[in-house]
Design a protein around this ligand. Structure first.
Ligand code: ATP
Ligand code: MG
Ligand code: MG
Ligand code: MG
Length: 496
């Protein structure tokens, strides 16, 4: 069985043998693009080439790109831990052709690599092609279907809609149809019952997308119309952790040698066992004790990577923008470890040596920054745990009050104060209350949240998903209200 590191190398070697230049991963944290905080796909670093403002040579390239999908167009954060194949930070294997080979070449290479080199079973592979959109005068991508049919039977080629099979860089700019490769990894007995083609793109945890091959052939103009793109571009992205899982014949990305060493260390340190369970219900609702432990271990193993790689890229946790996103990821991990793994003191940072041992060779920035990563993580954990402790004390006080008054429901205002001042998300408050036999007035919480949003709007603050932005020229930022806490309450003063 190939190890993850061997699989990563084999991808690069394969495309190198096809004339591609192997390039390093771009940083995961982006410093100079106001439209994007984190690299979320391999193509990000080639934007200027694709837009035609930078020399496309060498025209064939290949890499393994560190990606983070926690904000903006791609936000998988809430899935992570609950499913077994979406990560915050993951590696995207990619090959590119800037005005060189196009659909036939890209399809042939992908097939040769998966089937001839890696020996995936062709019977388990399904491919999708764009079904077309008459409202835009776009036809079905018969060309891609034709090239796929050299390799796969007709019933393994599936039409896909615009959402899954038409890629656009933004409101304007390069775009085009794409083909995705999906793998059916269910046991044979299950495959006999329902054909894999019926489960493609249906969120089945065993029939998952591994590779997206984009054929950029149009340019969308400002008036919304499409024109042919002068230079055809092939842009592919394959989920490395998903590929490794298929090759190592596992049910979950977390069962591969990418995550198992980290999970083993979490077991050692926490004294709890990973149960290899597949989660039930959304957000762990209805999950039993073992499932909760498993979700928590997956969250910790995943978030550890995201935070460590960000710090290695020079992005420390902070109260604004990218730093705030990183802080939230770290705090999400601390919450899970605190609640389900009984880790009441700093814990994540202890996993860094294993991470560095496993990934340090492929990503030398990790060992180079190991000391800084450890120090920053431990400090962040310590400070958040202090906040968490204070919040929990406050909540116990609130529950004492309830008991004294014979009540069973915590009011929305109190729940909101915990959220606002101590960074306690509603689900944590509910969890602690539930464990003590109380409920929380969720509606009341929402009302308080709305009130705060209205206050923020009045202060002319624009909420932009993961962070808060100032509207240019209207006011000036004068400081944080309290820097120690999960504070997104910023203070502003009107510029007169
Ligand atoms: P999905 O439908 O599973 O969310 P996607 O269509 O959003 O994936 P693409 O944008 O096409 O993903 O990215 C290319 C490849 O990157 C996917 O085929 C998949 O293998 C991998 N990938 C995407 N998102 C994640 C993630 N959050 N964690 C791990 N791998 C991912
Ligand atoms: Mg997605
Ligand atoms: Mg998809
Ligand atoms: Mg896709």
């Amino acid at each position: 069985m190939m190890t993850a590191n061997e699989i990563r190398d084999s991808f690069k070697k394969f495309f190198e043998s096809k004339g591609h230049v192997i390039v390093p991963s771009a940083p995961m944290v982006i410093k100079d693009d106001p439209t994007l905080m984190f690299t979320n796909a391999g193509m990000n670093q080639w934007k200027d080439i694709i837009l035609g403002t930078k020399d496309p040579n060498p025209r064939r390239r290949c890499d393994s790109q560190k990606c983070l999908r926690v904000s903006g167009k791609h936000n998988d954060l809430e899935e992570v831990g609950h499913d077994t194949y979406h990560h915050t930070m993951f590696e995207m294997l990619g090959n590119w052709s800037f005005g060189d080979y196009f659909k036939e070449g890209a399809i042939d290479y992908a097939w040769e690599y998966l089937v001839d080199v890696l020996h995936l079973n062709p019977a388990d592979l399904y491919v999708t092609v764009f079904e077309g959109d008459p409202s835009e005068g776009l036809e079905r991508d018969d060309e891609a279907a034709k090239y796929w049919s050299k390799h796969v039977p007709a019933d393994h080629i599936i039409n896909g809609n615009k959402h899954d099979n038409f890629w656009e860089m933004g409101e304007t700019g390069p775009c085009g149809p794409c083909s995705e490769i999906h793998v059916d990894s269910r046991p044979e007995s299950e495959k006999a019952k329902v054909p894999g083609r019926e489960l493609v793109n249906k969120d089945d945890p065993q029939v998952i997308e591994i590779w997206n091959i984009v054929f950029m052939q149009f340019n969308r103009k400002a008036d919304g119309s499409l024109e042919p793109l002068p230079m055809h571009v092939i842009d592919t992205g394959m989920g490395f952790e998903r590929l490794v899982r298929m090759l190592q014949d596992k049910n979950s990305n977390y069962d591969t040698d990418i995550f198992q060493p980290i999970i083993k260390e979490i077991e050692n340190l926490s004294g709890k066992k990973y149960g290899f369970t597949t989660p039930t219900g959304e957000n762990g609702e209805g999950a039993n004790e073992q499932e909760k432990i498993d979700i928590a271990m997956r969250v910790v193993a995943d978030h550890l990577r995201a935070v460590a790689f960000s710090i290695a890229d020079g992005q420390l946790p902070s109260n604004a923008k990218a730093g705030y996103v990183i802080r939230r990821i770290l705090r999400r991990a601390v919450r899970y470890a605190y609640t389900f793994l009984d880790q009441k003191s700093a814990f994540l940072y202890k996993l860094i040596p294993v991470l560095v041992q496993e990934m340090g060779e492929a990503y030398p920035e990790l060992p180079a920054q190991q000391e800084l990563i450890s120090r920053v993580m431990k400090e962040e954990e310590d400070s958040f745990l202090r906040t968490l402790d204070k919040g929990i004390q406050l909540l116990s006080g609130d529950m004492d009050e309830l008991r004294a008054h014979g009540k069973t429901e915590l009011d929305g205002e109190s729940a909101f104060r915990l959220f606002d001042t101590y960074g306690f998300p509603l689900d944590l408050t509910e969890l602690i209350c539930r464990e003590n036999g109380y409920t929380v007035d969720e509606k009341g919480f929402d009302v308080e949240m709305e009130k705060q949003k209205a206050r923020a709007r009045n202060a002319a603050v624009v909420e932009n998903g993961d962070w808060v932005e100032l509207r240019q020229g209207e006011q000036e930022f004068v400081g944080y209200d309290y820097s120690e806490y999960e504070c997104h309450i910023l203070r502003y003063r009107k510029v007169t």
